[in-house]
Design a protein. Structure first.
Length: 409
């Protein structure tokens, strides 16, 4: 029903259609037609967004001559804040936009809704190692093969094309990827977290197989734990050197507000480096831990942020640094949720800025670099910071409340 509708009017037509008035046998079919048509419109909008990002990058490259800063990083920072997404996600989108700018035939399929955004990302990921001239060749070879392929099939097709064009480049990319090894931790809900390990496939496979074989052996001898519990606890024990995984030390932040102090209200608990956990779970952790430290944090009665004394030194001392990182929780660039790695003077020390809580903010390394690029500036009123971008847009960053129920100013 909607397949012939112009992309620009699909949303209007779908919203105006009275699906409940369709014959019973046609209702499901018309809704499927609407889903497909809307998908086509979504892809067209996503394609246009990539085109705008590529255009912004081209303009900023001309405005930032060689040696004055990284235009790509500047664009990543601005896109991240404009879209309220993290710099990592913005960096991925900027990378896809730059590759698609060199692959017009593939991009045309995206614009017309033939292929999805996930497929485009997969193709860009496979092709980003190619030289600009080779991207044009890959574009011509790959585009005719894409209609009807799933995202996984399209990505494999792109990989084959890339290798056939420049096997050496593919090998160099594999070498870079295998050298890019990292371990990341991602909090989940209810006191659970994920440990993500990226490394050479054969090494990760060997580690997984060793844990799996060990769990199989213990299960065969009657160990009542599940296979997953055995593998997880064995990993913790072997990495930390503990005899039992539950014997790890913990540091807890006990967050106190006026209600808690006066009326004995509920007391939220923050597991340092993780986030909030319920008091009962905290008690269980403390009961098991051989050494557990608890630090009380008193919050501002107005907005729920951390309140503490302000030392004045050139470098943030340990107390001030700990305050900044506990207060900010994540990188303070608007939209960024990466781990804090740097204590930054909002107003630079060399320009009279003081090493105090009100002039400090926690940043990830990339956001710290973005802050100092041409055209960028950050100001603060003591709590909130305002980031101004090269295009004149401004984005506010408030320290997150340590207690729920408080609205940002």
């Amino acid at each position: 029903m909607f397949k012939d509708a112009p992309t620009e009017s699909v949303l209007t037509q779908v919203r105006a259609h009275h699906f409940g008035a369709d014959p019973v046998l046609d209702r499901g079919g018309h809704r499927i037609d609407a889903i497909v048509a809307l998908d086509r419109g979504i892809r067209a909008l996503q394609a246009e967004q990539l085109a705008q990002i590529a255009g912004l990058h081209s303009e900023r490259t001309k405005l930032m001559p060689l040696g004055t800063g990284d235009p790509t990083l500047s664009v990543i920072g601005e896109v991240a804040m404009a879209r309220t997404i993290g710099p990592t996600a913005a960096g991925t989108q900027v990378g896809v936009a730059l590759v698609m700018a060199q692959m017009p035939a593939v991009f045309a399929l995206f614009t017309s809704g033939v292929i999805s955004e996930a497929t485009v990302r997969g193709i860009a990921h496979e092709a980003d190692s190619l030289h600009v001239d080779d991207l044009i060749v890959a574009d011509g070879e790959l585009a005719p093969k894409l209609p009807g392929l799933t995202t996984a099939e399209a990505r494999r097709a792109a990989a084959r094309v890339v290798i056939s064009i420049d096997a050496e480049a593919a090998h160099q990319r594999a070498s870079r990827n295998r050298a890019d090894q990292r371990v990341s931790m991602f909090p989940d809900k209810d006191g659970v977290a994920h440990l993500h390990v990226r490394g050479p496939a054969e090494q990760i496979l060997a580690a997984y197989k060793a844990l799996d074989d060990y769990a199989t052996g213990l299960r065969a001898t009657g160990d009542p734990r599940t296979r997953g519990q055995i593998m997880c606890q064995t990993l913790v024990e072997r990495v930390t050197g503990l005899t039992y995984a539950e014997d790890c030390d913990v540091e807890l932040n006990l967050v106190l507000d006026a209600k808690t102090l006066v009326a004995g209200g509920d007391t939220p608990v923050e597991l340092t480096g993780y986030g909030p956990i319920c008091p009962d779970v905290a008690e269980e952790i403390i009961a098991r831990a051989p050494r557990a430290s608890v630090r009380r944090l008193f919050t501002d009665p107005v907005d729920g942020t951390l309140a503490v004394r302000e030392p004045r030194r050139r470098r943030f001392d340990r107390t001030t640094s700990a305050h900044i990182r506990t207060r900010d929780q994540h990188c303070r660039q608007p939209g960024c949720d990466l781990k804090v790695r740097h204590d930054d003077h909002v107003h630079a020390y060399e320009h009279g800025g003081l090493s105090v809580n009100d002039n400090g903010q926690g940043l990830c390394p990339r956001s710290h670099t973005i802050k100092h690029l041409p055209g960028w500036s950050v100001t603060t009123d003591g709590k909130a910071t305002v980031w101004s971008t090269p295009t004149g847009h401004q984005y506010r960053s408030d320290p997150p409340p340590l207690l729920p129920g408080h609205l940002r100013q």
